[in-house]
Design a protein around this ligand. Structure first.
Ligand code: ATP
Length: 404
């Protein structure tokens, strides 16, 4: 008995079961099903394959190198510095062509500073004093210019004075910029040389237009329509594209981001892979009333006089900081993402059929009759379960008999 049962189970392993379909002559569900199918096919072809290029393998691990060079000259004439001619070697900091660079547009020079004793600035709160005891010798003045000498310097007995310090004297005077001094800075040009590499596809390219014309770079200026592949940009055009006026930003300084984006469809060939440039101002906040607006720092130039004494010139410089960033993605046909996306599309079709089944069986008026026909086996199963329950009941009675 048990033998024939196991034999039957074993042989059933080699049976092939196929699904049974019921054709429901229901126009509403039929139209709904076709609409779902059409939407899914549209989504897969239009969005997954055409728009998102779901048949491609992608590489976002872009390796990149940036080299910059500025050109242009500006002349300034101030009381402290006299007549000065500013070339890229003076106004670009650091001068070696980095991806993050600062272009001086405004400055205050404190020339001929020498180590010695002088009064701390009145602007520095920590340097205020009423008597010598307030100026502990050897103690630094917080946010000041030197080390306290121990003397309090006052105009008269009643006034508040400032501590005498040992440092680079004379100290910097109070300075409120009124307008940019390097007025020609917006006409400076920046040459951005960018090399990229997508290691997965061993593909490399540069943003410099490939031409045999040696004078191309000397003549061209970037323009979205006329010269989109020229890597030389006028600074005034960069800030204009970021939505700001160069002269407004040049007085107190600002920070500008230049984003180079590479989206390369390598199925079309490397010659179709070109950079896109985006410019944004980085130092803005929602509230325009910020005290953090602007950008400046100090640097010095040291020299010795004929007697061998050390002097220095202190420069407080305001300017525009350019931050060049590179982002990119390359894609190429690959069978694996293609199969994955086709497979998920087919699975979605199944979900559509399931949804129509639910509508047909549970939301339609004739749902009961469809259910009866769809779940055919439920009747025989019912009888089996009745038999089972009879068996169960029998067993229970036997159990009961046994218990009591
Ligand atoms: N910021 C810039 N604005 C305009 N042209 C530039 C700029 N930077 C470089 N160029 C020009 O682009 C070309 C290539 O520059 P590259 O630095 O590779 O060569 P270079 O001979 O060392 O340049 P140069 O000696 O003129 O600085 C040169 O003709 C150069 O004058």
């Amino acid at each position: 008995m048990a033998g024939s049962f196991f034999k039957g189970r074993f042989l059933s392993l080699f049976d092939y079961k196929t699904e049974k379909y019921i054709v429901a002559k229901n126009k509403k569900v039929g139209v709904l099903y076709r609409l779902i199918q059409l939407s899914i096919i549209g989504y897969i072809i239009g969005w997954v394959f055409v728009s998102k290029k779901g048949y491609q393998e992608t590489d976002e691990a872009i390796q990149s190198s940036i080299i910059t060079k500025l050109k242009g000259v500006s002349v300034t004439n101030t009381t402290e510095s006299g007549l000065l001619v500013w070339g890229p070697e003076d106004y670009v900091i650091p001068p070696q062509g980095e991806a993050v660079l600062f272009v001086v547009t405004n400055f205050l020079e404190t020339p001929n500073q020498k180590l010695g004793y002088c009064a701390e600035s009145l602007k520095v709160l920590d340097g205020h004093c009423r008597e010598d005891d307030d100026c502990e010798e050897g103690k630094m003045v917080t946010a000041g210019n030197g080390i306290r000498s121990g003397r309090c310097l006052r105009k008269d007995e009643n006034s508040t004075g400032t501590c005498e310090i040992y440092g680079w004297c004379p100290i910097e005077r109070k300075f409120k910029p009124k307008g940019p001094l390097l007025t020609n800075a917006e006409n400076f040009t920046i040459y951005i040389k960018n090399f990229i590499n997508f290691p997965k596809f061993t593909f490399s390219k540069s943003n410099v237009f490939e031409t045999t014309d040696d004078s191309y770079l000397r003549k061209c200026r970037f323009d979205e329509e006329l010269h989109p592949y020229c890597p030389i940009f006028r600074l005034g055009d960069i800030t204009r594209r970021a939505g700001y006026n160069f002269q407004d930003m040049a007085t107190f300084g600002a920070s500008i981001g230049i984003m180079i984006e590479w989206y390369c469809d390598l199925d079309k060939g490397g010659s179709h892979c070109h950079p896109q440039y985006h410019f944004t101002r980085l130092d803005i906040s929602v509230s325009k009333q910020t005290i953090a607006a602007g950008f400046n720092f100090r640097h010095t130039r040291y020299f010795r006089n004929a007697a061998g004494e050390s002097y220095r010139s202190l420069f407080k410089v305001y300017g525009i900081r350019f931050n060049i960033m590179v982002h990119g993605e390359a894609g190429k046909f690959s069978i694996i993402p293609t199969l994955i996306n086709v497979g998920s599309g087919l699975a979605l079709m199944g979900a559509g059929a399931f949804f129509c089944d639910m509508v047909l069986l549970y939301l339609m008026k004739k749902g009961d009759s469809y259910r009866e026909r769809k779940f055919e086996g439920s009747k025989s199963k019912k009888s089996t379960s009745e038999e089972d329950s009879v068996e169960d009941r029998k067993g229970a009675t036997e159990q009961d008999n046994l218990t009591f």
